[in-house]
Design a protein around this ligand. Sequence first.
Ligand code: 13P
Length: 251
Amino acid sequence: MRRLLIAGNWKMHKTVPEALELVRELKTLVSDVTDRDILVCPPFTALYPVGRELKSSNIALGGQNMFYEEQGAFTGEISPLMLKDVGCSYVILGHSERRHIFGETDELINRKVISADEHGLIPILCVGETLEEREAGETEKVVERQVREGLKGLSPESELVIAYEPVWAIGTGKTATPELAQEVHSFIRGILSDLFSEEKAGKTRILYGGSVKPENAKGLLEMPDIDGALVGGASLKAESFAKIVKFDLEE
Ligand code: 13P
């Protein structure tokens, strides 16, 4: 039904030689995987060489962010055309680090989502509550706002991916339990159903992110509404990322 998507968000890690080493090793380790999608999102400087290395492999390429304009006086920004140009098919948008460190708002993220879609990139919209928000009982309110605002104006025909990443579980070693994650995933699917249709909600992949490791991947990925993972730290080593990709294929 929904094809699994295992994505690696390398964040601000890896020089070009390091990136190439990682991806060469990864290619070999996952070359036999055919029943799920695999994605890596290197930093901008490594996109082009990594993209070349991944040509005709089973690993897709994605950006970690982009601006919504095609070109112009936007110092330090990267456009959707540039991501397409180097071989990206996906782009992560609204990651909590973009929201919290760089002040990205739902409105800005929404413009990026629309632009990514218009340029043929599949947006991976990240949503998730902080620890404070969870403790205040605001998880659903926050996640619902981020999903609704982030997807405003998006056509029901457009392909999109949602990543639920509770901020308190990112890089902290604290993973949401599979049950807790499942609850939010199912809630998000309900919002998609309301926004688009039940059919669209049933087709849309919702990834979990936040301290996903080879040891906890299986429990999370076996949940009915968890359709993949967005992996940070554990995607920086080919072996651990490959283990997550193959969570149910090998001992
Ligand atoms: P970690 O897997 O390092 O917790 O990072 C999760 C994340 O933010 C992926 O986008």
